[in-house]
Design a protein around this ligand. Structure first.
Ligand code: HEC
Length: 353
């Protein structure tokens, strides 16, 4: 008796579940084979599939089939998922409420999910949804296409006056996320002016395959902290699309009491996707002793201002032009004023200045 009911069901293939092979997939027919009278995919209605844009092996996804046509009041569909060769891809599971059912002759052949008699939602007007689960195959099998046909019916328990729609949608294997950073730039600078400091320019490139937000961390050596040197980056967070590059400036500034020396400050770029990916640039800032102020009154540059310097200036008196040692005030002429300046520094030790 059970066998009889089961076999009569698949033979009749009606409102309680259409026959297999009617999804409009390659080499398949669709419901217009029997539900005639209206053009396939006529305006005024639609069949829409909500499927995962990308799939991960073995992941379970909720699929929604939406069928609409204003004025219609009974609903049916059939759907299959196939790889590029037309082989079954993944597994459908009928919903718990009994609105859908799965048919599969054996695991190697195609699998279909379709409405049940209850799932025709007799009397529901204009639009209807079916919701059920699909488990992705256990490996990346390339793009998977979901093929579906839907019948927006008029509820007359016949094949006339119904609108048939077909559609297809593709899901591609999810590409594993691979973060990557390229962090480069010159890392050595020298200055005699610690208060103005130095500025480094770095390039941060997202070498991963997806958008990533990088955090930039500054880590000063104890010596740098002791010397009052501070490092700051132009941006502490950088969001970059795959392949994009951002220029970052890094400023190192000391203060009036920063002693001359060589100071290390590390700048670290950390991937927001994987914090273990954290390349660094170790900067070395050399603060040099500023050059002593010039002492042009030590005309012969022997370390003391004395009579010899006065003699040199006197010997050039009246001369004008560039690079004259005796032109102490650099006004272009050697004259009495230059003598006065040297005289005013007489006896000074210029080495110690
Ligand atoms: C082999 C012929 C045949 C094919 C192909 C067919 N049907 Fe039907 N269908 C019938 C018949 C006959 C009826 C009327 C009897 C009934 O309601 O069970 C029917 C009725 C229906 C109804 C109820 C219509 C109403 O107005 O009450 C729905 C819904 C339905 N089919 C869905 C489908 C879907 C979806 C497909 C395609 C995936 C399909 N059918 C393909 C023969 C077919």
């Amino acid at each position: 008796m059970l066998l009889l009911i089961a076999s009569s069901g698949s033979v009749l293939a009606n409102s309680f579940g259409p026959l297999d092979g009617l999804t409009g997939a390659p080499a398949e027919n669709n419901c217009t084979q029997c539900h005639t009278g209206n053009e396939l995919n006529a305006s005024g209605g639609s069949l829409m599939l909500t499927i995962p844009e990308t799939y991960e092996p073995n992941a379970v996804y909720t699929i929604i089939v939406n069928l609409s046509h204003t004025g219609q009041k009974r609903w049916g569909f059939e759907m299959t998922a196939l790889d590029a060769d037309g082989t079954r891809a993944g597994s459908f599971a009928a919903d718990d409420a009994g609105n859908t059912q799965v048919s599969e002759a054996d695991t190697d052949s195609k699998q279909y999910i379709k409405q049940t008699s209850n799932g025709t939602a007799q009397g529901t007007e204009d639009t209807h949804n079916w919701e059920f689960q699909w488990t992705a195959p256990d490996a990346d099998i390339g793009p998977i296409t979901f093929y579906a046909a839907g019948n927006a019916a008029n509820g007359d328990f016949g094949t006339a006056g119904d609108y048939i729609y077909t559609t297809q949608s593709e899901s591609t294997p999810a590409i594993p996320v691979e973060p990557g950073i390229n962090f480069i730039g010159d890392v050595e600078q020298t200055t005699t002016d610690a208060e103005t400091g130095v500025t480094y320019t770095f390039q941060l490139t997202n070498e991963g395959n997806t958008t990533d937000t990088f955090t930039l961390e500054v880590s000063e050596s104890p010596a740098a902290i002791e010397a009052g040197l501070m490092g700051s980056v132009s941006m502490e967070m950088v969001t970059l699309e795959a392949g994009a590059t951002q220029e970052i400036t890094f400023k190192v500034v000391g203060n009036a009491t920063t002693p001359p020396g060589v100071y290390d400050i590390d700048v670290i770029a950390i991937s927001g996707i994987d914090e273990h990916i954290r390349p660094n640039l170790l900067t070395t800032t050399t603060i040099e002793m500023p050059p002593p102020p010039p002492t042009p009154w030590d005309v012969n540059d022997d370390g003391t201002v004395n009579i010899q310097d006065l003699v040199l200036v006197a010997g050039q008196l009246g001369e004008s032009g560039e690079d004259l040692k005796g032109d102490v005030n650099a006004d272009g002429t050697v004259n009495i004023q230059d003598l006065v300046i040297v005289a005013s520094h007489l006896g000074e030790d210029t080495d110690s200045q």
